[in-house]
Design a protein around this ligand. Structure first.
Ligand SMILES: Cc1ncc(COP(=O)(O)O)c(C=O)c1O
Length: 398
């Protein structure tokens, strides 16, 4: 079969493959506690409130009709208000997408021609890499540190002649590294976008999951050379498949045309449900407070268990979001994976997110998906899986 260049350019996501291996009920194996997927906790998703909203909106037949490509007016109104408040400047138009993953794909298709340079973080969100690869982009990785993307290194490359069309960043509670782009670096990135004429893709689905106070103002607060992406997946439920974007009008118009080719419109039903939930400000604020506090407790349980059972590991300290990036010095984490699964725990090896830097001893763990005692047990199992392979420093307290 002769596949297109675009289809051949996209590497499958190791993480989605792992989801199949760690799915509950897979035949004949120890049940696995998965820290692998970026799955919001089932027990924190507001199923009853979603059911009530669905019952209410289904009294109107338009809830199951085709809708406008740009999205349901009532949902766009709440999103415009939210983004205007977050960016500290008027946001005129928001386009609803089928998850923010669709926004990444549509933006890549709207802006990129084959061979165009795109700057990505290293390690990177794999779904973004796939969207850019499908568009034929040439990837230029820039490393991260505890303050997020090394914008100073990006500047160095730009001064050296690199001219990207797009610079992709996950600025808040990064997937997979867990770090947040420092306030000063957000301003710096915006200034570079203006000086060098590129567009920043501000991919910010974890923005609302801060454990303690608000995150720094978005990059879109500093410049309009940004397409900013949001998502309801991490704060409400991924199955709603509600994402959104806003940015330069020419771009959002192109995105709408491309979205017509892809799916005509996002589900009217889940848009109406999401609008109902987000517009109920008292309920939504209380829900967010509950989710943040619960996930913060899980993050504390995770880091405490790592300190106890894997004392040689270095672990980013989560301030929000769902992920912790663990370095297990001397451990080949790709080789560790089958052994970890045998011990009943799933994690993602750092290599799955690597663009240029191989991250051979790193793993990404999602601490958000299970209650604290389950997270602690998962780390115990991981430590047992590590203990046979690790250098002496890592073997303790298992
Ligand atoms: C950084 C980032 N962007 C986008 C997405 C896509 O999310 P969704 O399509 O559910 O909005 C994810 C999902 O994990 C993500 O981590």
């Amino acid at each position: 079969m002769n596949l297109s260049t675009a289809a051949r350019a996209v590497r499958g996501s190791a993480i989605r493959d792992l989801l199949a291996l760690t799915a509950p009920g897979r035949a004949g194996a120890t049940p696995v506690i998965s820290l692998a997927g970026g799955l919001p906790a089932p027990d924190l998703m507001p199923r009853e409130r979603i059911a009530a909203a669905a019952a209410a909106v289904l009294t109107d037949p338009s809830a199951i009709q085709y809708g406008e490509t740009a999205g349901l007016a009532s949902l766009r109104t709440v999103l415009v208000d939210h983004e205007t408040a977050r960016c500290g400047r008027p946001v005129a138009r928001v386009v609803v997408t089928t998850g923010s993953q669709q926004a990444l794909d549509l933006v890549a298709r709207a802006v990129l021609d084959p061979g165009d340079p795109v700057v990505v973080e290293d390690p990177a969100y794999v779904g973004a890499l796939q969207a850019f690869q499908a568009a034929g982009a040439t990837l230029h990785p820039v490393p991260l540190d505890t303050g997020g993307m090394r914008v100073d290194l990006l500047e160095h490359r730009l001064r050296g002649g690199l001219r990207p069309r797009l610079v992709h960043t996950v600025p808040t509670f990064h997937n997979p590294r867990g770090v947040t782009l420092a306030a000063q670096r957000r301003g710096h990135l915006a200034a570079l976008a203006e000086e060098f004429g590129f567009l920043v893709v501000e991919d910010d689905p974890y923005d609302l999951l801060s454990f303690d106070g608000a995150s720094p103002p978005p990059v879109a607060a500093h410049t309009d050379r940004v397409v900013r992406l949001g998502s309801a997946s991490k704060v409400l439920a991924p199955a709603l498949r509600i994402g959104w974007l806003h940015g330069p009008p020419e771009l959002t118009a192109a995105v709408e045309r491309l979205k017509q080719c892809t799916d005509l419109c996002t589900s009217s039903l889940t848009q109406a449900v999401t609008a109902d939930l987000l517009a109920d400000a008292g309920w939504f604020d209380a829900h967010l407070r509950h989710v943040r506090a619960a996930v913060a407790g899980r993050a504390r349980a995770f880091t405490a268990a790592v300190a106890q059972h894997l004392p040689g590991a270095t672990c980013s300290v989560p301030a929000g979001g769902m992920f912790c990036w663990l370095d297990l010095p001397g451990v080949d984490t790709t080789a560790l994976l089958p052994r970890a699964l045998d011990h009943g725990v799933g994690v993602v090896p750092g290599s799955a997110f690597a663009v240029a830097e191989p991250a051979p001893s790193a793993i990404r763990c999602c601490y958000a998906s299970h209650p604290a005692p389950v997270i602690t047990e998962a780390v115990r199992r991981l430590a047992r899986a590590v203990s046979r392979r690790a250098p002496r420093a890592l073997r303790a307290g298992t």
